[in-house]
Design a binder for this molecule. Structure first.
Ligand code: 5GP
Length: 238
């Protein structure tokens, strides 16, 4: 049974705040695309920290992608089992007006957690395709840049692949690197008081400090994989 770790709204808020200045200074996003449902709350919180004086709020668009199916219907916070296929439950309105508005933008894709990376791979690949189609249709040449922000990145072997600049951390930020635990987010809770109590006893632990060099992260990821191997624990692939 996979270990569960609980995170409170307060902690989510602070995780968004923690990397906001860096996101603003380096990515300079002018549009966010939140992956539903877990990306909605972080995107909204982040928007408050990305607001510049005198500038309008950064717009948030939503897409819905589903990879996981609940194993148990009677327990709302039961850990879930990964699926293999990404299903679109909601997508951008592909009318030319909306797609046109993606061209030449710095787009920040927001999700709550990068687990196997399958969902993020799908989102980036499909959004890049759509922008390319829109660019051809409108004969516009400005470059659209994609960036990623997640609250948690589970340090584990990933199934999904991202463009190189994302993989090496240049265009990808996670607020916290964690072990491969099942993270219980507050918006999934049926009883928020109990959830907050659980967060006191089974809170989430960072395994690296966000902001350390890519080299150190990959070294750390390597160590974590080895620990899993030595302990005879879960190791998906590689
Ligand atoms: P991935 O495609 O990276 O394996 O998973 C992405 C999606 O799976 C997330 O957006 C989220 O909906 C779900 N997911 C993966 N790991 C967790 C977790 O630890 N806790 C929760 N609540 N959802 C998770």
């Amino acid at each position: 049974m996979i270990k569960k770790a609980y995170i409170t709204y307060n902690e989510v808020h602070k995780l968004c705040q923690k990397r906001s200045k860096e996101i603003l200074d380096t990515f300079k996003p002018n549009l966010m695309i939140a992956i539903g449902g877990g990306g909605y709350v972080p995107a909204r919180i982040l928007r408050s920290f990305l607001k510049r004086d005198g500038a309008p709020n950064i717009p948030i668009q939503a897409i819905g992608l589903s990879l996981y199916e609940s194993l148990s219907s009677d327990s709302a916070d039961a850990a879930e089992e990964p699926g293999t296929k990404v299903t679109r439950t909601q997508w951008l309105d592909l009318s030319s007006l909306q797609m046109d508005s993606l061209i030449g933008k710095n787009i920040l894709i927001v999700d709550e957690v990068d687990d196997t990376r399958t969902t993020l791979e799908y989102a980036v690949r499909e959004l890049e395709k759509d922008v390319e189609t829109a660019r051809k249709q409108s004969a516009r040449t400005e470059k659209t840049n994609f960036y990623i922000f997640v609250l948690h990145n589970k340090v584990k072997p990933k199934k999904g692949r991202l463009p190189e600049d994302m993989e090496n951390g240049k265009t990808y930020i996670s607020a916290m690197e964690t072990e491969d635990v099942w993270i219980c987010y507050p918006w999934e809770a049926q009883n928020i008081d109990q959830h907050d109590k659980d967060a006191q006893t089974h809170g989430i632990r960072a395994i690296t400090t966000a902001g350390i060099s890519d080299r150190e992260v990959s070294k750390h990821s390597h160590n974590v994989k080895n620990e899993y191997n030595e302990g005879g624990g879960k190791l998906d692939e590689e």
